[in-house]
Design a protein. Structure first.
Length: 481
């Protein structure tokens, strides 16, 4: 999920002086269009104000709405209302992600290398703001019995438009400031607004479910309308407020071809290891998200509480993520990542012990799982930012391409995870609209718990295996403050 997938630059290595430490910081600069005169863009020293941080973070609210709708509500809507089979829904979620992933790589490179009077990123974001509403309305307002071609076409259009926004915006965010501390602050703001957007959306869904009796079809329609409205509003607010950084002046080497850039990036062992961990995170999260509503309502009998229970982890992130960031600064990213993956592997099987009909026990389980939720994305994205900066050297900034590669990895993982989770539900013998038997209930619980537990164990092996400390981003983080 840029869905809780923070991007932050690493903390600078402190200079030791006895028990105290001081950090060297470069002067801060941030370029934004003056609110009173959009024709006069100026570069001002200092940090971006909170209002401008909020504006730049607006597209993150769109990202959260799309991922929430796609991962948690679309499978139930398509199967229960539109009449699409579980197997076909799983194939759709995987296929659209794969198609989207290919477009993401190309778009990242194009947004790095194509210069227009409006900038490198802005034209693609504007085009995405037109495509997303069309795809969202066609998909989430699909009537019962809609043809497969409509569903597939709408899903592809939604995700291609989504990529046209998220990839250039992600690369732009990495270039919004040259100062590491300010860049961390910008990415932290994106995470914060993303989490707050998730909480607001889930709270609204919970209210509509509990107070007004919204069905899955009604909720899907509401989500489609919200996504359709949010895309142009968020994108054009950013484009009206910010201007892109100017390209490097002087004799700058030509940008590499897409094939050459991919060869360099994939050949980087530091980046490969991080992408493997990214893949494990995405598959685990998508699998549990796809199975969640089947677990909460048919199996645990908590009808109408799904959205409110989904609030548990975002609320936990608001309080725990800053603490984990401090811990990573103190003890190193690799060690904190190991704690997160280990806790994931340890806590997920506890869902097998949650009694049917006991909302408090399920909420307690979600709170325990949420203690480390989000730290994997936060720290892995910070490592990708390190490598992207190192990879640019004296040449043109290729931040969009590095962002795209990590985004592609995540999207492929999300598609595989969602498809695998739904396949497990289908293989359990569960029939939509009927109460699951004991065997199907156990199978759905296992489908929810095992992918995340297995991914956590695999990630621990990656972190602890031979050469695990090789990535420079990890090596630097093993120094103690």
């Amino acid at each position: 999920m840029d869905a809780l997938c923070p991007s932050a630059a690493p903390p600078q290595v402190p200079v030791r002086s006895g028990r105290s430490s001081k950090r060297h910081r470069a002067p801060l600069t941030a370029c934004a269009v003056e609110p009173r005169d959009s024709s006069q863009a100026q570069c001002k020293p200092g940090r971006l104000g909170l209002a401008r941080l909020a504006v730049f973070s607006l597209p993150v609210l769109l990202f959260q709405a799309v991922e929430l709708a796609w991962r948690s509500y679309l499978p139930a809507f398509l199967t229960q209302t539109v009449g699409v089979s579980l197997a076909l829904v799983g194939g759709l979620m995987l296929g659209v992600r794969v198609f989207d992933a290919v477009a993401d790589v190309v778009l990242g490179w194009v947004s790095d290398t194509t210069t227009t009077p409006l900038g490198r990123r802005a034209p693609w974001m504007a085009l995405g703001a037109i495509m997303v509403p069309v795809g969202a309305l066609a998909l989430f307002l699909a009537p019962p019995g809609s043809g497969v071609l409509r569903v597939i076409g709408a899903g592809v259009l939604l995700h291609i438009g989504y990529s046209f926004i998220v990839t250039p915006h992600g690369g732009w965010g990495l270039e919004l400031s040259e100062d590491e501390a300010e860049r961390t602050r910008i990415m932290g703001a994106k995470v914060w607004f993303g989490v707050m957007g998730s909480i607001g959306m889930l709270a609204l869904i919970g209210l509509l479910e509990r107070r007004f009796g919204f069905t899955i079809a009604s909720l899907a329609a509401m989500l489609g309308i919200v996504i359709a409205a949010a895309a142009p509003l968020a994108v054009f607010a950013v484009l009206a407020t910010f201007r892109e950084p100017r390209p490097k002046a002087g004799n700058v080497p030509a940008a590499p071809s897409l094939a050459e850039l991919l060869r360099v990036m994939i050949g980087d062992p530091d980046l490969r290891r991080i992408l493997v961990l990214y893949m494990l995170c995405g598959m685990a999260d998508a699998s549990t998200a796809a199975v969640f509503l089947f677990l909460a309502e048919p199996v645990l009998g908590l009808k109408g509480l799904g959205a409110m229970l989904l609030l548990m982890q975002p609320v936990m992130v608001l309080f725990t993520l800053p603490l984990w960031a401090i811990m990573a600064d103190r003890f190193g990213r690799r060690r904190v990542l190991a704690v997160g993956f280990g806790w994931q592997a340890l806590t997920m099987p506890l869902v097998l012990l949650v009694p049917t009909g006991n909302a408090a026990a399920f909420a307690l389980f979600l709170a325990l799982r949420g203690l480390t939720f989000g730290i994997d994305y936060m720290l892995l994205r910070a490592m990708v930012a390190d490598i992207a900066e190192k990879g640019s050297g004296s040449g043109p900034r290729m931040s969009g391409s590095y962002y795209a590669l990590s985004s592609v990895t995540l999207k492929l993982a999300l598609g595989l995870g969602a498809g695998f989770g739904l396949w497990l539900v289908s293989a359990s013998g569960f029939q939509v609209g009927t109460a699951p038997g004991a065997t199907a209930s156990l199978a759905i619980r296992l489908a929810y718990a095992l992918p995340s537990a297995f991914a956590g164990l695999c990630a621990l092996l990656v972190l602890g295996g031979r050469g695990a400390a090789a990535p420079q981003a990890m090596v630097h983080d093993l120094q103690f403050s």
